[in-house]
Structures are given as structure tokens and as C-alpha cells.
Ligand binder design. Structure first.
Ligand SMILES: [Zn+2]
Length: 224
């Protein structure tokens, strides 16, 4: 992994909820506009998605750096606002990343369970057309590593679902503005009590981080 360039994008940020004037500003999203950022969801017990995504990103970065990769996070801590979704994509593009993985957790109905990986569909401005095939490969590698490392089920409830655990969407700025293989992971449903227990535990997040790292490794290894 020496010198491989990886960007991890932990969704949302800790101070977003206190700054609606910043995060509600509209930004470019690939042929249309979207809010700069959102607050994200949380478990019923109050464990916030932004804290979860940041913890997972730090853990996954540690694993990948230990293998010699150069890893950039799109935010330095869990106390700030944003960055906006277009800026997150530009950070990855400017670092000439080989892959970018956005980390999220869902806030769906209480009965819905499991993780899913989202790959880009053709953006309205068609700017991501060159990365659709490679991103599908990355998304499938991440889905495989998630299943084997976390044991979480492959979700079938989300919009845009193509196969269990795999969705394709054209409404996400990060995937529309990416110019390198990109995927987003919804690591589980924070509003489901079984998923929430897993995502709230340190051991669960350790597994999620290992799944992210192993998926990236499998993709970069296969692509070599
Ligand atoms: Zn999110």
C-alpha cells in the first residue's frame, strides 16, 4: 500500500446543528444545487451519526496508514461545521485520490436493518461518467468486506437499491462530483435497535473500520 492515496470522508460534523445558516446554503451538486451539509441522524439513545462516522474514519485511516497508504480525511475533527459536500469532493479530487469512501449511517424506520453501499449513477451534468465502472468495482469490494467482517445483513429497504446491500444514486453531490472511484457506505440503520447496538459499540466500530480498510485494499489490489 506504500504511497497509495486514499480519501475517507466522514459524513456531517459535530457543530452542524448549531450553524443552519452555513449548512443550509446551496452548493453545486453535479448539475443541480443541494444544501452545503446536513446534521445527520442519531440512535434513539442519542449517539450521533457525525460522531460515529468520524470515529470509524479515524480507525480505518489508522489501519491503512499502518500499511503505508497516504490517507486524507475530509475533516480534521468532530467539532467543526461542514465542510460542504462540494468541498469534500474537491478535497478528494485535489489530492488525486485513487479512491474516496464516504462514511455514513442511516436513519430509516425502526424495522429496517442492515448496511448498504451506494455507487454513483450518471450525474445530471454527466461529469462522473468516467468513474461509473470503477466505482461499481469499489462498491462491490466494500459490500463483500462488510459482509465478511461485520456480519451485518445486506439492506434491501433503501431507495435506489439494485441488489441486497448495493444501491445506485445520482442525487448525492459527493458521488456526482467525484473524479476518481467513489462509494458511500451507510454502515447500518441507527434507528434500528439491533444495528444501533452494534454501531454504538467500540468493537462494532472497530469491525466497520476494518471492513472499510479491507474493501479498499481488495479494490486497489485487484485493480493493480
Ligand atoms: Zn449521513
Amino acid at each position: 500500500m506504500d504511497g497509495r492515496r486514499i480519501v475517507l470522508d466522514p459524513g456531517h460534523n459535530g457543530a452542524n446543528a448549531r450553524h443552519p445558516e452555513i449548512i443550509n446554503r446551496l452548493v453545486e451538486a453535479g448539475g443541480f444545487k443541494k444544501p452545503c451539509n446536513t446534521t445527520g441522524t442519531s440512535t434513539n439513545a442519542g449517539y450521533a451519526e457525525h460522531a460515529f462516522t468520524y470515529d470509524v474514519a479515524v480507525r480505518a485511516a489508522g489501519i491503512l496508514r499502518g500499511l503505508g497508504a497516504t490517507v486524507t480525511l475530509t475533516r480534521p475533527d468532530d467539532k467543526g461545521v461542514g465542510p460542504c459536500v462540494d468541498r469534500r469532493a474537491r478535497i478528494a479530487n485535489s489530492r488525486r485520490a485513487e479512491v474516496v469512501v464516504s462514511i455514513h449511517a442511516d436513519g430509516a424506520s425502526a424495522r429496517a436493518r442492515g448496511f448498504h453501499v451506494i455507487e454513483p449513477a450518471l450525474a445530471p451534468d454527466k461529469g462522473n461518467r468516467r468513474i461509473l465502472t470503477s466505482s461499481d468495482g469499489l462498491a462491490r469490494a466494500l459490500r463483500a468486506s462488510f459482509s465478511s467482517v461485520t456480519g451485518l445483513p445486506r439492506a434491501t429497504y433503501p431507495g435506489g437499491i439494485r441488489e441486497p446491500g448495493l444501491a445506485r444514486r445520482s442525487d448525492l453531490a459527493g458521488l456526482n462530483l467525484a473524479r476518481q472511484p467513489a462509494a458511500m457506505i451507510e454502515c447500518g440503520n441507527m434507528r434500528n435497535s439491533t444495528d444501533a447496538r452494534f454501531l454504538s459499540s467500540g468493537s462494532g466500530r472497530g469491525k466497520v473500520a476494518r471492513a472499510v480498510a479491507e474493501g479498499v485494499l481488495a479494490y486497489l489490489g485487484a485493480e493493480r
